[in-house]
Design a protein around this ligand. Structure first.
Ligand code: AKG
Ligand code: FE2
Length: 317
């Protein structure tokens, strides 16, 4: 055996942290430092939550019913927002994966409109669970982004930047099919970085998410029940002058059980300029890596080129 140690993604216990948590306390500062370090070193971490606060089990149950609906009903979900319409698993980038994206679902009408489109007879349980899950996940995004600000010791004036970085959200449902019988394992979602600000995902008991480390090694995540995975996206990486890492990740399906995951993706306001805070730039260790940009322009660029290194190509100094 070699002496190489296997890297593990940090696991942070957030069960006592909510929006009412004392943000000046030592505990808060310690956790902010751990969040910052995890996001710098890995671009992701596992977050253990209080099960009483997040209706994950109910959401996973509801989404099984959603994916069991007839294809012609699911196809009714169409959206102008990129990657949000129903995708039935026939895309080359997501060969085994079916997805729905609901843009700005916390706005009550969007959750209701989506539910009523899928279940014209109504499905109040699904709708209420979606709204509750959304609200809680948006709160968690705010908490983590605040911790990142505090982890860098940035002044409060940047709170408004956080608001802009998480201005929109997309709630996404994913179902991964089992690989064909003659295949052991199959890539179900091709390697990519998330283009948004921050992603928080929850899954059923079937693992499959893999992260490429900075040392260029794929590691399989083992996300426990009661845990989310938090992933830094390109927009947050750019804002942080590349100090936070946006990890390449993929999903590999093995075995004979379907995988379900859902997540909330926060997305910057399209028209606002994303600009690296001057506090995160210095001549020696952290020279400026990214020019300021409008997020909407970056997304257009990515959608039209689908370049793997879109961020560097678009705004790299
Ligand atoms: O399903 C997962 O665990 C990962 C999904 C993902 O990476 C994405 O939708 O961007
Ligand atoms: Fe992703």
């Amino acid at each position: 055996m070699g002496s190489e140690s296997i890297e593990t993604i940090p696991c942070l216990d957030f069960s006592i942290y909510d929006s009412r948590f004392d943000q000046g306390s030592e505990e808060w500062k310690n956790m902010s430092k751990k969040v910052r370090e995890a996001c710098e070193n890995y671009g992701c971490f596992i977050l253990m939550y209080d099960k009483n606060n997040f209706p994950c089990e109910n959401m996973l149950m509801g989404m099984k019913d959603l994916f069991d609906l007839p294809e012609e009903i699911k196809r009714k979900h169409k959206s102008d927002v990129p990657f949000s319409s129903y995708n039935g698993g026939d895309s080359p980038t997501i060969p085994l994966c079916q997805t729905f994206g609901i843009h700005d679902a916390p706005i009550q009408d969007n959750s209701l409109a989506f539910t009523n489109l899928m279940w014209p007879q109504g499905n109040p349980t699904f709708c209420e669970t979606l709204k509750a899950m959304n609200t809680k996940m948006v709160e968690l995004h705010s908490l983590i982004l605040k911790m990142i600000l505090d982890g860098y010791g940035l002044p409060k004036q940047y709170n408004s930047t956080i608001e802009e970085l998480k201005y929109h959200s997309s709630f996404r449902f994913m179902k991964y099919k089992v690989p064909e019988i003659n295949k052991d394992c199959e890539i179900a979602l091709v390697p990519h970085t998330d283009k948004n600000t921050l992603t928080i995902l929850c899954q059923n008991e079937v693992q499959g998410l893999e992260i490429l480390t900075k040392a260029n090694k794929w590691i399989q995540l083992d996300i426990p029940q009661g845990g989310f995975i938090v992933i830094v996206g390109d927009a947050l990486k750019a804002w942080s002058n590349g100090r936070l890492h946006a990890p390449t990740h993929r999903v590999t399906m093995c075995g004979d059980k379907e995988r379900y995951s859902f997540g909330l993706f926060t997305i910057p306001k399209e028209k606002v300029k994303i600009e690296v805070p001057h506090e995160l730039v210095d001549d020696k260790m952290h020279p400026l890596r990214y020019r300021s940009f409008k997020y909407g322009d970056y997304l257009d660029y990515f959608v039209s080129t689908l370049k793997e290194n879109a961020l560097e190509a678009f705004i790299g100094v």
